[in-house]
Design a protein around this ligand. Structure first.
Ligand SMILES: C[S@@+](CC[C@H](N)C(=O)[O-])C[C@H]1O[C@@H](n2cnc3c(N)ncnc32)[C@H](O)[C@@H]1O
Length: 395
């Protein structure tokens, strides 16, 4: 890539002059890589972002990247994935072409887009997986939408949460096998708004062959979910009463979801997911009490001597350890904001996708060991997966 082009793209993105960019001509055939990408600026609550739109043959997915990180992302995509870029700025349409030998050519043409749109307001309505105005039967049954497709005022938060969850799932669907029926487990499914939503997205909208199992300790809640699945005719959605740690019915699963399962129930779910070789894990932890009782470090006395700070820190340390352990095992892990923090503090989503190389990462393990020793902790997930770690079996 020419140095000038790298400088230009960084400047256009930094100054908000990039109006649209299209990346095309993939460098290799790879089902996980979209043949084309379109990048546009969008104004979100936190400022200027860029929306990366992945155009697959059968679907379009989105990812929003902060303005400060967008140039690096575009440059990385061009280096790794695409051989052509067309960038539209108010001054010019600029095309970058790489030859097969890697030589870059830059072509400038008069601009086809005059100016920055008056409003960059992000049209969430258009993007929502479950659009208002189109009644989804499960949302009507769960009292979120009217039969005409209007969202009840008091259910707006729940509706946003369901859509957010589906967006986050959509972004990682490419990691799931495409050639057979998928098995998905939702541990601690509760009233199962999100389990029904997942079924609706995959089985009804996308017509995929799937089998979803929702498991929860509460018999009355499971009876409600079973009755609703039957009413909706969701034949491949089963609900079972049981404890996550004791669930032994499956040999393998493709995706494990566990949203707000309390304390170490999340670890039990993550351990099952790993042992089943799940390609995708979506976990929103909650009530992370375990490490609160363990964490100690003289150097952190100012933090740990305040109960409230210690509680928050222990929760973050719990999830950091979980993420790191998944990385040791070869998962790519992202920590994402699940819903707006003003609605609930329990808003961290651990999204993990299994990489093709299943090698243990020594570097991540060493990182984890240092972290664990520094805080004097012994997280459940490490113990539940003992025997999987490098060097030695865990205690
Ligand atoms: C806060 S609710 C969340 C429900 C749903 N996943 C959601 O996010 O809307 C947590 C659920 O996890 C269930 N749960 C907690 N520990 C569990 C365990 N060990 N095995 C199965 N279910 C569990 C509880 O019964 C409860 O219904």
């Amino acid at each position: 890539m020419t140095e000038q082009w790298q400088q230009d793209i960084t400047k256009w993105i930094g100054n908000g002059e990039l109006l649209q960019a299209t990346l095309s001509q993939p460098r290799r055939k790879d089902a996980a890589m979209a043949p084309k990408m379109i990048i546009r600026p969008i104004e979100l609550k936190n400022g200027l972002y860029y929306q990366f739109e992945y155009h697959f043959s059968n679907k379009v997915t989105h990812d929003n990247v902060a303005g400060s990180r967008a140039a690096e992302r575009v440059l990385g995509l061009l280096q790794e994935n695409y051989r052509q870029a067309l960038v539209k700025t108010p001054e010019a349409d600029v095309q970058l072409l790489f030859s097969k030998k890697g030589k870059a050519a830059v072509l400038k043409k008069p601009p086809t887009v005059g100016a920055r749109p008056a409003s960059l307001q992000h049209n969430r309505q258009k993007q929502r997986v479950l659009a208002e105005g189109k009644a989804a039967p499960f949302l009507v049954e769960l009292g979120i939408m009217t039969p005409e497709g209007h969202v009840h005022a008091k259910k707006q938060d729940k509706y946003r949460q369901i859509n957010r969850f589906l967006e986050m799932v959509t972004d990682v669907l490419a990691y799931l096998p495409k050639d057979r029926e998928l098995t998905i487990v939702d541990f601690g499914c509760g009233k199962s708004y999100l389990t029904f939503a997942l079924y609706h997205l995959l089985a009804i909208e996308q017509q995929r062959k799937i089998n979803i199992i929702g498991l929860d300790l509460k018999a009355d809640v499971i009876a409600f979910c079973k009755a609703l699945a039957e009413k909706l005719g969701y034949e491949k959605l089963q609900f079972l009463v049981g404890d996550i740690a004791e669930y032994e019915e499956l040999q393998a699963a493709d995706m494990v979801v566990t949203l707000h399962a309390c304390d170490t129930a999340t670890d039990a779910a993550l351990a099952k997911a790993v042992n089943w070789g799940a390609s995708v894990i979506m976990s929103v932890p909650c009530c992370q009490h375990e490490l609160f009782k363990q964490v100690s470090s003289d150097a952190l006395t100012p933090l740990l001597s305040q109960g409230l700070l210690k509680e928050r820190f222990a929760a973050l340390a719990t999830d950091a350890a979980r993420g790191n352990l998944l990385e040791v095992l070869g998962y790519k892990v992202q920590m994402l904001e699940f819903v707006d923090p003003e609605h609930t503090p329990k808003n961290l989503l651990i999204r993990a996708v299994r990489s093709e190389q299943q090698e243990l990462s020594m570097k991540k393990w060493e990182q984890y060991e240092q972290f664990r020793q520094f805080l004097n902790i012994s997280p459940s997930l490490e113990r539940m997966l003992s025997g999987r770690w490098p060097n030695r079996a865990s205690q």
